[in-house]
Design a protein around this ligand. Sequence first.
Ligand code: TYM
Length: 334
Amino acid sequence: MSQNERKKIIFSGIQPTGVFTLGNYLGAIKNWRELQDDYNCIFSVVDLHAITVRQDSAELRKRILDSVALLLACGIDPEKSILFVQSQNPAHAELSWVLSCYTQFGELSRMTQFKDKSAKHADNINAGLFTYPVLMAADILLYKTDMVPVGIDQKQHLELARNIAERFNNIYGNVFTVPEPYIPKVSAKIMSLSDPTKKMSKSDDNQNAYITLLDDKDTIIRKFKRAVTDSDTTVCYKEGKDGINNLMSIYSAVSGKSFSEIEKEFEGKGYGDFKLAVGECVADNLAPIREEFIKLSSDKAYLTEICKNGAEMAQRFSKRTLEKVYHKVGFAKF
Ligand code: TYM
């Protein structure tokens, strides 16, 4: 890239609603780390999003700082990227309000994640859960983001953000950059280990369904050994073999091996050998992250400093977009 060319801008976020899973890592965070050298990256721990589901306040406060520590442990480098906590930049909530007036009720009603989450939390279908994708659009559009690295479950939200941006630009001229999704090929949707038709999720009630980035080696191997597969015996990627397909995607993403290389490696061997190999490979990959997290998470002063600096930079970066939007919609400045 030439010196004069503007580096493209990347934005992405993650909710501090639990310890990050292998799905979060392979679908998003691993890409975030890799993109840092070539792009202007902004990453956020999105606590405003987290309260769309009821949280324990003390627990949430702890998880926010732990999430920052875990992102650092995964290799997010505050020298290269802006890392901040969403609620520490008020511009997100402010832009979200404006954008909600340019988003249709019908559009939000079609969001599959809203339907899923309202089924799961039937006793708390709050307005925030419904307008959540508008806040996500605000997160992205505030920073003139070119690309958003996410797993496939966020694709529909991203399409909505694009539609909102285009709609606003059609009325007011070129205010927002229309963002593109950046979705990995093999690991865009890592599935649950206990039900491979469902997405692996950090808020699953069954702890055996997911691997967290802080699980130790024995736990990881035990969870993979228990992973639901099928009654066949050959390790191959084929329709109908959801469990094995998922394990192959994980193994491929972590080891860099192609599906055909994996099929060859396990020719004539059973599922037991395969599951053990996947477990060991994942455990070896996650071990340095876990060690780094243990070091970092006890250093409150350092983490606080990172959050303060990150929030200041995020505020500075987003100020101009918000001012422009306020001016365009007709707010007076005194
Ligand atoms: P969240 O916190 O659910 O997940 C964070 C990131 O991890 C990806 N991911 C997965 N990828 C592959 N397989 C899985 N099983 C898996 N589970 C999660 C998600 O796709 C996501 O990239 N709404 C977002 C957070 C957000 C955001 C944003 C993202 C808020 N504002 C702006 C991008 C841009 C969410 O709930 O992610």
